[in-house]
Design a protein around this ligand. Structure first.
Ligand code: GLU
Length: 304
């Protein structure tokens, strides 16, 4: 299999696409991003790297950050985390408050916003947001083997200014006794973790710990935790579009409204893809299509 040729062809095909989806504009700093961009990076278990398109242009990872905070929280709390957040797909939008009301303020899973706020709250536990953000950045930089990964303050600020729904989710959970820190601290930390910027190469490298042991990558979590995180990425990583991603791509993946997707091919490779235009469910339109083509061309799937 000529992986380099496959990746290059996908990059060329995506560059020619007309229908690129719609860039998220509810966070104003994201609305101005040029929708014509597309990048992809594949890093294999043996450390081979394949790039195409805008793979070296940094973008806002947004909800892809939830994978890293989940890994940190699982390391810290272990199985006790599952008392605070569930492991079921929600079938609802990323920021929905609907199920929280009928389910006593316990979020369905760690990847919808409510669940991610609980995860961030759990690692904040008594620390200043600055310390926790330092810990998140340390984790991401170590997993990527790259210190040049930062938070874009202007994106964090606009996330903060427009984050009423996230604060509403946090207040609702606090009223049920589900958060341990003041809403402003948990939400402030969350807005900043979402504002981490990476390019496709950095993100793929940062995700290596989820494919299992691989050349040059630090082993950051146990095999059991890797399985759990991958299972949640598969069932919940694309919100109410998770079934469709599993059906079309067949790999665990986590999307963000910045247009990034991190996908894992267990024991084989990790893929980061980015294109800012989103489909109706808030997942990268070309990113999903590119992942589908990559999975088809390589035969990569967790389903056989
Ligand atoms: N910062 C975004 C929000 O909380 C993240 C959502 C996403 O990437 O899906 O609204």
């Amino acid at each position: 299999m000529d992986l380099g040729a496959i990746v290059t062809r996908i990059g060329a095909d995506m560059a020619a696409m007309q229908d690129r989806g719609r860039v998220a504009d509810y966070i104003p700093q994201l609305g101005g991003v040029d929708p014509d961009q597309f990048g992809m990076a594949v890093v294999t278990k043996d450390g081979e790297t394949y790039l195409t398109g805008d793979a070296l242009i940094p973008f806002s990872i947004q909800s892809v950050s939830k994978v890293f905070t989940l890994a940190i929280a699982l390391g810290r709390l272990g199985e006790a985390l599952w008392k605070r957040v569930g492991v079921e797909p929600s079938g609802h939008a990323f920021n929905s408050i609907l199920q929280l009301e009928t389910e006593a303020g316990i979020p369905r899973n760690p990847f919808i916003n409510a669940g991610a706020l609980v995860v961030t709250d759990s690692i904040l536990a008594g620390h200043a947001p600055r310390e926790t953000l330092g810990e998140i950045l340390r984790f991401v930089r170590m997993s990527a083997g790259d210190d040049d990964i930062h938070i874009k303050q202007s994106v964090a600020r606009t996330g903060e200014e427009t984050g009423h729904l996230n604060r509403a989710l946090a207040h609702f959970m606090t009223s049920h006794g589900r958060l341990q820190n003041p809403v402003d601290l948990t939400c402030g930390t969350y807005f900043h973790q979402c504002a981490i910027e990476m390019n496709c190469l950095q993100l793929a490298r940062a995700g290596r710990f989820l494919m299992g042991p691989s050349k040059d990558a630090p082993s950051l979590v146990s095999a059991q935790k890797i399985r759990r995180i991958n299972a949640l990425m598969m069932t919940c990583g694309h919100y109410d579009g998770s079934g469709e991603f599993a059906f079309r791509v067949g790999l665990p993946g986590k999307s963000g409204v910045g247009g990034g997707i991190l996908a894992i091919v267990p024991n084989t490779a990790v893929v980061a893809v980015w294109s800012p235009g989103l489909n109706t469910r808030g997942n990268s339109q070309l990113g999903t299509l590119a992942m589908e083509r990559l999975a088809h061309a390589t035969g990569w799937s967790v389903y056989g």
